[in-house]
Design a protein. Structure first.
Length: 755
């Protein structure tokens, strides 16, 4: 009869999920007394060394490059950097430059039955060169223009002749008088880029006079020509037009029938009688027609600005982030609008002013706004100007200095951010800086698609129709005294209830992670010194990968995720410790939420199966010659992030459908859905010759599940960890002793793999 004792549950540092215990169909290594019998084997040292060649590398800051390595076929390579601040290297040998300098990369090559070899190379990280994009300019006196220079870092501008052209720190040019000037642009050095410089030429020519507007009015002076207007009376002379009546003489044209009568054609000479047409000479009198546009009648359209000033108000202080109209006032002889003036700022870095007179404050300081009329105060007169000096101050609210956003639900990685159709929620309820009064005054909220969900000025979200929608919150004011920085954040929500089809269609399988997990476990079976625990136990046979078993593992992992999202577990189907891990029958499992790793990094997490006695027994059972590992995930934009890693092992390459459907306890239609979704073969015919009847799967014995419980026992001490939301449980299990090497705080490789 088995004895049970306390075994302290070990929490993984990074994954922070519970490791659940299960025994696959097959026997656990026999237990006698309090120890698993040790098997001692003698292994001769390998005589051969792994061949390893690598070469020094040069990379740029912010860029990556792969190390060129040649090694014995099948050797497993690992990489380590001497200085992560200079260069990092991943498991595939890809180096990323972080800052200028040199770092050593140590490459380790391992292969079974070969001596491990290490080689160190030097990686030199250098800054990238940058190029300044800018071109020479031609300006008119008085013209302003931004240089439009572009570079990777901040730029400094300098004019060789400030009397001709000035340039401010933002690259804004101002032409003062005719001539040329050289503008030198210097791009600063940074941690990633070297400094650079470029010089362009600015040529200033005379401005095109705007006075032509007044000279055009001078022709209006010949007002006396208005007396010519009576000359329009000759227009009645158009009466001669009736002389066109002779045209009826064209009737003789029918006489053209007797062609001989063409002799009369000379009579056509009377046509010169048309010479009266010169009487149309009055038409030149149309030349005075310009006089017909007597400037006096439209003169009201020429509105002369006779007085101009900028009104002083009670508060002439401008605040960053709050545009304000210039208080320009004027008197004129006609209809004049704000658009009939030009506006100019003395310092565009402090405040700009547009063509409508709207001032936009940018930073604290003093600025002078000048307004000039486009029309003179009288015909032939000058245009009036008025100026006013403003003080620009920064209005800020440092309550939001740490940022803004939307609080996630506690179970976001399992259920996501969700709002029902017709439901109204406020994720920031109870947080003082988002209370209704402050939200309305200091924040703005927006929805990417109001047809899916809306958000009001208080941050209240209302679901409208099924779909995904992104909400954005921004501060109305800067969050610090310089008035430079605002805070903003966005988050995506799912609207409406999740459906089975929606989750099914979103399931993905990381086949690279599954294969990597298989290789990790075979390595730990063969190499005791690679294990974190149980190093004194012998080597065990490796297992072969079986696609026939992948079908069952993938279906089980998919079912776990669907039930975590939607519920619907069958009786005795759900693990009481970690529903993403396994259950029931012949499945070893491991699962969690919020995992970001993928591929090989995620597959390396399978080392956890060799860190407790239950899994260790399962994974070294010599009767199970085949295995497959499915890593199924469901992630969406609303924050759901679920992973289920399931190991299916067997003495044969495949379980028959009837047996696996019975032991898995999932609805048959779902099993087929998962297989079809991942395009997994469900035809047993080709396996029948090599498979014994699978009815033995979980039927002739009380199943021992991966969480350590049986089909008739409930867990009684579940506790939720603060870090991960996964369940851990303190259980009584068989006593066993660890060697001094193993009885440590050793941490699984998972801590280094999953971040």
């Amino acid at each position: 009869m088995k004895r049970r004792m306390d075994m302290k549950s070990k929490k993984l540092k990074t994954l922070a999920v519970a490791v659940v215990l299960s025994l696959t169909v097959g026997a656990v290594p026999p237990v006698t007394g309090t120890e698993i019998p040790m098997i001692t084997t003698t292994v001769e040292a390998a005589a051969k060394k792994v061949s390893l060649k690598a070469y020094n590398k040069k990379v740029y800051v912010g860029r990556s490059g792969k190390i060129k390595v040649k090694s014995t076929r099948g050797a497993k390579l690992s990489y380590k950097t001497s200085n992560k601040k200079i260069a990092t290297v991943n498991s595939k040998g890809v180096i990323t430059g972080k800052s200028a300098g040199t770092a050593k990369i140590t490459i380790t090559a391992k292969k079974s039955k070969y001596k491990t070899v290490k080689k160190t190379i030097t990686v030199k990280v250098v800054k990238q060169n940058q190029k300044i994009v800018a071109s020479s300019q031609t300006l008119a006196v008085g013209q302003r223009k931004n240089l439009g220079a572009k570079a990777k870092t901040g730029m400094i501008y300098k004019s060789s002749n400030p009397k001709v052209v000035t340039v401010d720190k933002k690259g804004n040019l101002r032409a003062l008088k005719t001539g040329t000037a050289k503008i030198t642009i210097s791009a600063k050095a940074s941690g990633m880029y070297n400094k650079a410089s470029k010089t362009i030429t600015v040529t200033v020519s005379k401005a095109v006079a705007t006075k032509p507007t007044t000279p055009t009015r001078k022709p209006e002076v010949p007002e006396p020509t208005e007396t010519l207007v009576p000359t329009k009376e000759p227009e009645p002379t158009k009466a001669p037009e009736p002389t066109k009546a002779p045209e009826p003489t064209k009737a003789p044209e029918p006489t053209k029938v007797p062609e001989p009568t063409k002799a009369p054609e000379p009579t056509a000479t009377p046509e010169p009688t048309a010479t009266p047409e010169p009487t149309k000479i009055p038409e030149p009198t149309a030349a005075p027609m310009p006089t017909a546009t007597p400037t006096e009648t439209p003169r009201p359209e020429v509105s002369y600005v006779t007085a101009l000033y900028i009104e002083k108000t009670a508060d002439d202080t401008l605040y960053v982030g709050e545009p304000k109209d210039c208080n320009v006032k004027w008197e004129s002889t006609g209809k004049t609008t704000r658009n009939d003036f030009t506006y100019d700022s003395s310092d565009d870095s402090v405040a700009t002013v547009d063509k409508n007179g709207t001032i936009t404050p940018l930073k604290a300081g003093k600025v002078t706004i000048t307004v000039t009329s486009k029309t003179p105060f009288a015909a032939g007169g000058a245009c009036l100007s008025a100026s006013k000096r403003y003080t620009v101050k920064v209005q800020y609210n440092d309550e939001y200095e740490d940022g803004v956003g939307f609080k996630d639900p506690e179970n976001v990685v399992e259920k996501g951010r969700n709002v029902g159709i017709g439901e109204t929620i406020n994720p920031n309820t109870g947080i003082s800086k988002y209370d209704p009064e402050k939200a309305e005054k200091y924040l703005t909220f927006s929805s990417s698609d109001p047809s899916v969900a809306t958000i009001d000025k208080y941050g209240n979200i209302t679901g409208v129709s099924k779909g995904y929608v992104t909400f954005t919150v921004k501060t109305k004011l800067p969050v610090e005294q310089t008035g430079t920085y605002y805070k903003e954040d966005s988050v995506t929500y799912h609207v409406g209830d999740y459906t089975y089809e929606e989750i099914l269609n979103g399931l993905t399988m990381d086949t690279v992670a599954g294969q990597a997990a298989h290789e990790v476990m075979n390595d730990l079976r063969q190499n005791p010194n690679h294990r974190n625990f149980f190093k004194d136990y012998p080597s065990y046979p490796t297992r072969e990968w079986s696609d026939g078993l992948l079908r069952d593992a993938a279906a089980r992992a998919s079912r776990n995720i669907v039930c975590v999202m939607l519920g619907g577990w069958s009786e005795d189907e759900m693990s009481t410790i970690n529903p993403l891990a396994s259950h029931p029958g012949a499945f070893n499992g491991y699962g969690g939420s919020g995992w970001e790793s993928t591929g090989v990094d995620l597959g390396n997490a399978a080392s956890v199966f060799f860190e407790d006695i239950g899994h260790f027994g399962n994974e070294t059972d010599p009767e199970n010659k085949y295995e497959a590992i499915a890593v199924v995930q469901y992630k969406n934009a609303a924050g759901v992030n679920l992973t289920s890693m399931i190991v299916q092992a067997s003495s044969s390459e495949r379980f028959l459908l009837d047996g696996i459907l019975s032991s898995s306890k999932m609805p048959e239609n779902q099993f087929y859905d998962y297989c079809n979704h991942f395009n997994l073969d469900i035809n047993d015919d080709k396996w029948l010759n090599s498979i014994e009847e699978a009815s033995s799967v979980g039927e002739n014995e009380t199943p021992i599940f991966t969480d350590g419980s049986t089909g008739t026992v409930d867990s009684t001490f579940p506790a939720e960890t603060a870090e991960s939301g996964q369940l851990e449980e303190i259980e009584e299990t068989e006593k066993f002793e660890l060697s001094p090497e193993e009885d440590t705080d050793a941490v699984s490789d998972v801590d280094e793999i999953i971040e």
